[in-house]
Design a binder for this molecule. Structure first.
Ligand SMILES: [Zn+2]
Length: 376
């Protein structure tokens, strides 16, 4: 199911085969929170910009329209008309970050919906049931993402509970996949490594979850307030304790530079809201650094966002036109910017895999980082 095509140092190009097709890694998952990429980007657009895998949020879809509704409509793939892989997060991150009045117990978390305030309970079993109803390709384990600056005692207790929750997730996923009316009986389960910035807790936890033989392993709880250097150190410490024959996923990361550094440390899967969120605000990624299209200097600029870019925005429209759309609050402006940014990320992942295949990842990383920093 997971096959390493080529290794270059710790960077690896691999193939991950699922019932919804094969993903080439390293891969950037395009984030469609409520079963759509924000910025009026449709699944038909994703086919134009090289998206291999889409990510949807369990919590958001549970609250609205409701996972039972999605199940009645044949699952997320049919609902949003996308036949390639989908990863759903566990809902845990949103439960802990978005909702108010939460109460963590051994059985799970009690919280109030951010939409209508109604009381909801979510534990490992509920998260698996919701993700099974959504019928994603890859389900994520329900965990607690402890605050980055939490004290050691809190992190130890939280990680121990996350491990107990993981065993419950695995048992529940096995039960659900065997039910006759399950839409995707081949649903995969990834476990999540936690431990904040405490390397020894993270390493011990990585060893424990590796023994549970899951389909893949994520590193969670990073990019939540620690420095980039701390993040790289933790990745470097944890990855050697995760199985090499399974994919590694760094959750919620990050900038192009973060991705280049994490690939260098053996990470396969990434997701982040930066390209879509920044796009919606007219902040665009290029090989020469980020540009802000609201800047007056682009008023008469007839060049595309990036010369040579093959995305749907750059093939046809000028910076001046897209700048006008953004200023006039025309939805098309946002849409074109999001398409360009996602294309930029997806294309960078192709370059990364090509560089690994050619055994020149170090040189590629150095050139790319220098170019992006040059800002010309
Ligand atoms: Zn472009």
């Amino acid at each position: 199911m997971y096959r390493i095509v080529k290794k270059d140092g710790n960077a690896k190009h691999a193939e991950f085969t699922t019932v919804h097709g094969t993903v080439q890694t390293p891969v950037f998952m395009n984030v469609g929170t409520a079963a759509a990429i924000k910025g009026a980007v449709a699944t038909s657009d994703l086919e134009q910009i090289g998206t291999q895998i889409e990510l949807s949020n369990t919590y958001h879809l549970h609250v609205r329209p409701g996972d039972q509704i999605v199940k009645k409509l044949g699952g997320l793939h049919k609902f949003m008309s996308w036949d390639k892989p989908i990863l759903t997060d566990s809902g845990g991150f949103q439960v802990f970050s978005l909702s108010s009045l939460r109460k963590i117990k051994e059985e799970g978390v009690y919280f109030n919906s951010h939409v209508d305030g109604r009381k909801i309970f979510m534990g490992p079993e509920e998260s698996m049931q919701i993700q099974s109803n959504l019928a994603s390709t890859i389900a994520m384990a329900f965990d607690e993402c402890a605050p980055a600056l939490a004290d050691r005692g809190y992190v130890e207790r939280s990680v121990a509970r996350t491990t107990r929750w993981l065993a419950r997730c695995k048992a529940e996923m096995k039960r659900l996949n065997a039910l006759p009316d399950t839409i995707n009986p081949d649903q995969l389960l990834f476990g999540i490594n936690q431990g904040a910035v405490y390397e020894d807790i993270r390493i011990e936890h990585a060893k424990q979850i590796t023994e549970m033989e899951l389909d893949g392993y994520a590193i969670g709880g990073l990019a939540v307030g620690e420095t980039h250097e701390q993040m790289y150190q933790i990745i470097e410490a944890v990855v050697p304790h995760l199985p090499e024959d399974k994919p590694t996923y760094l959750m919620g990361v990050g900038t192009p530079a973060n991705i280049l550094e994490a690939v260098d440390r053996g990470v396969d899967f990434f997701d982040c809201v930066y390209p879509s969120r920044n796009g919606r605000h007219g902040h665009l990624y290029t090989n020469y650094g980020k540009i802000n299209l609201f800047n007056a200097k682009y008023e008469l600029d007839e060049r595309p966002i990036e010369i040579g870019c093959q995305c749907p925005a750059c093939r046809r429209y000028s910076r001046a036109y897209i700048r006008h759309l953004l200023k006039a609050k025309e939805m098309l402006g946002m849409r074109l910017c999001v398409l360009h940014n996602l294309y930029f990320y997806n294309t960078m992942m192709v370059e990364i895999r090509d560089a690994i295949d050619a055994g020149r990842y170090q040189a590629y990383k150095k050139e790319k980082l220098e170019k992006m920093r040059s800002g010309s």
